[in-house]
Design a protein around this ligand. Structure first.
Ligand code: COA
Length: 374
């Protein structure tokens, strides 16, 4: 048996930022347009008038101040309200592959490794740009990696589930190293015309290099253990899929073809699931609250993270113990906890322990207990 370790991480951040002020201005302009265009049906009660969004609500409900996106022109155009991305030709790299490649190169660079050191690429994300061939195989080819690659989707928990799969393969000896890559173009599945959720998501890509600890060339995080769990729920759901064309009204501009959630229920049901999951994982490994130097949580909502931090540590964590990045990036689905880990882990000392945890649709929750070496 080998000891798996995280030896490098990388983050690709798009150049465009949308602040809450820009977002709300565009949304409210869209509301005016929508209500004017549908004045008659609104007057007869056939459809409801749309209501304005507000910056105060967004910050209070989520803790988000801004988000990075691949395209902001389309999102902020009140007559469009979604990103406008150019059609990639079949001989061009796909967008997810391009973003993932940048993050992967940063992770390899941090570890002092090259593509020839890698045996496996897992592209783990909430959405895939096409049905097939796998985006992971395209990234594998672009990097020049031998071995194999595959895509997986466990929504917001994709990164930790991918890390568990890779770590188990490193442990057993079937591979010596893997890149787990999480390109998340959340702006493309977010319904920017719905004030209940239009502020939630941003775009990003992260990559994590997992190797045998004995192959590390610098400081690394030993993966002590991992734990994944799922429990079916419809409270976060997106009905878009390949059967769309075959169904009545399947191609219509339907609300359920984008991200849908029952936010209140998610809040109520996911919090205990995650807190209990982490507590059980720590207990199983004999790790007490005082042994944990850091929590890198999924980045969906500040109140949620504050609650989980308090439950896990039994006290209010200092901001440095449970770093949030959601104020800058918003919810970036599976990539969120890895951005936090990537940006806030280098200061830990030899022997310090921490826990990465992601959770979301499915429901799903995954946790990775790590210990710094070097
Ligand atoms: N601007 C102003 N008001 C808004 C608004 C906006 N953008 N969006 C909603 N409101 C209104 C609602 O209509 C509601 O009005 P009402 O009380 O008159 O009905 C009120 O504000 C409260 O809305 P609600 O949806 O209950 O807010 P909330 O405090 O529950 O926060 C979420 C909403 C989505 C931020 C919160 O439920 C949440 O974070 N849930 C979990 C999210 C999550 O982690 N999802 C995982 C995704 S991977």
């Amino acid at each position: 048996m080998h000891i798996p370790a995280i030896t490098g991480t990388g983050v690709f951040t798009p150049q465009n930022v949308i602040t809450n002020a820009e977002l709300v201005a565009a949304f409210n302009a869209y509301v005016d347009l929508h209500n004017a265009e549908n004045a008659e049906q609104i007057a007869t009660g056939e459809i409801a008038a749309k209501e304005y969004s507000s910056e105060e609500f967004i910050v209070k409900a989520s803790g988000i101040n801004q988000r990075y996106v691949i395209d902001k022109e389309g999102v902020l155009d009140p007559t469009v309200m979604h990103p406008l991305l150019h059609q990639r030709q079949d001989d061009e790299p796909s967008l997810m592959a391009e973003m993932g490649l940048d993050a992967a190169r940063k992770a390899l660079n941090m570890a002092g490794k090259s593509a020839s050191d890698v045996d496996l690429v897992i592209c783990a994300a909430s959405n895939m740009e096409r049905a097939y061939p796998a985006v992971a195989i395209e990234i594998q080819q672009l990097l020049g990696i031998r071995g194999f690659a595959f895509d997986m989707n466990v929504a917001c928990s994709s990164a930790t589930f991918g890390i568990q799969a890779a770590a188990d393969m490193v442990k057993s000896g079937s591979i010596s190293s893997a890149l787990v890559i999480n390109p998340e173009i959340c702006s493309a599945h977010l319904e920017w015309r719905d004030r209940d959720c239009h502020f939630i998501f941003g775009d990003v890509a992260t990559a994590t290099l997992i190797e045998r600890a004995e192959d590390a060339r610098g400081p690394y995080f030993e993966i002590k253990s991992t734990r994944c769990a799922t429990d079916f729920s419809n409270n976060i759901r997106n009905n878009n899929g390949y059967l769309r064309r075959s169904r009545p009204a399947g191609m219509a501009d339907r609300r359920d073809m984008q991200f849908m959630q029952n936010g209140r229920k998610v809040f109520k049901e996911v919090l205990p699931m995650v807190s209990d999951h982490i507590a059980a994982h720590m207990q199983e490994d004999g790790v007490g609250a005082d042994d944990l130097k850091r929590l890198w949580l999924h980045q969906a909502n500040k109140t949620m993270n504050d609650f989980i931090g308090r439950k896990v540590l039994g006290r209010t964590p200092a901001p440095s113990e449970q770093p949030n990045i959601l104020q800058d990036y918003a919810n970036t689905s599976s990539a969120g906890s890895i951005i936090a880990f990537s940006k806030y882990s280098s200061d830990l000392e030899d022997g310090d322990k921490g826990l990465i945890c992601s959770f979301g649709a499915g429901y799903s929750v995954g946790s990775v207990l790590v210990e710094k070496h070097g």
